[in-house]
Design a protein around this ligand. Structure first.
Ligand code: APR
Length: 284
């Protein structure tokens, strides 16, 4: 984008004005979009940052070799899954609730809800850390699905959640009771349509008063096109390590290139929420 200032300068100049606007009566509906960058400080590496990509978590280089994953995204490709479900099952086992703790960024989203500002938190992440941070379910849209349910990839028959968890824990592959097909949690794989709740929630972006886009490379559609849907008068705040999407194309875009946990804490401070911010994260 056109911002050439160093992140520090941007942050110093922009956070007070963002906080001031958030406290004004015209800012009532806050929308948030999260990507893997919101969970990296929890220990879940993202997908495309070379130094900390997926290969740094359960899929270390050796694992990648063992799984013969040509590229990390293969793990979310249905044809790869059909021929080799093991890498995805290994990832799912890694992400079973209880292994990772929400980040300060997740707690900031919960704080927006506590202050009756949060309309919707769209997330691409499948780690359920938004929910674990205390964000109410009805305000979370898991655009790339979740582990809440699972079904056969052949006949679509639902599969029992308890049995699925057992299979993940013991590293065994679940097969459909009806047709013997492979069972896959309702995570959106490349080429699959996004869940219905996503399509129901998207139109509300037209009423956004401010949008925060945090920790995403905006490489994957249709999620990446959401920022263009908010009205012209709605400020769009990018909090990311790199400049992505079409940020900077609108006059009141705010681009803050820094670690999201640092930025949201500085913003919480500007908002006078410092104590509750620290308390919220301690509780996770
Ligand atoms: N603070 C701020 N930004 C960060 C941080 C951090 N601590 N850590 C990483 N980032 C940024 C990176 O610079 C990158 O721009 O977060 C972004 C993460 O981008 P990706 O790894 O591409 O993750 P994401 O955008 O969520 O991927 C989208 O792709 O693989 C599919 O379905 C999968 O949901 C995933 C989708």
């Amino acid at each position: 984008g056109p911002y050439e200032g160093s992140p520090e300068v941007l942050e110093a100049r922009d956070l007070p004005s963002v906080a001031k606007y958030m406290k004004s009566p015209e800012c009532r509906k806050v929308f948030v979009m999260l990507g893997a960058g919101a969970s990296t400080s929890a220990g879940i590496p993202d997908f495309r940052s070379p130094e900390i990509g997926m290969s740094a978590c359960c899929l270390t280089q050796s694992n990648l070799a063992r799984f013969d994953l040509t590229h990390p995204e293969a793990i979310f490709e249905i044809n790869f899954f059909r021929q080799n479900p093991k890498p995805f099952y290994a990832l799912a086992r890694e992400l079973l609730p209880g292994r990772f703790r929400p980040t300060p960024t997740h707690s900031f989203v919960k704080l927006l809800h506590d202050h009756s500002l949060l309309h919707t938190c769209f997330t691409q992440n499948i780690d359920t850390l938004e929910r674990r941070a205390g964000v109410p379910d009805h305000k979370i849209v898991e655009a790339h699905g979740s582990f809440a349910n699972q079904r056969c990839v052949e006949c679509r028959a639902e599969y029992d959640a308890v049995k699925m968890r057992e299979c993940l824990k013991t590293g065994t592959i679940a097969n459909c009771n009806q047709c013997g097909g492979l069972v896959k949690p309702d995570i959106t794989f490349f080429g699959e349509s996004l869940p219905e709740p996503f399509h129901r929630a998207v139109p509300f972006l037209r009423g956004a008063d401010i949008l925060f886009v945090i920790g995403t490379s905006l490489q994957v559609q249709p999620f990446a096109s959401l920022p263009s849907l908010v009205p012209e008068h709605c400020p769009r705040v990018l909090i990311n390590l790199e400049d992505v999407g079409d940020f900077g194309s609108r006059s009141d875009d705010v681009i803050i290139l820094d670690k999201c946990d640092n930025v949201v804490r500085a913003l919480a401070k500007e908002l006078g929420w410092e104590e509750e911010f620290d308390a919220a994260w301690q509780e996770t």
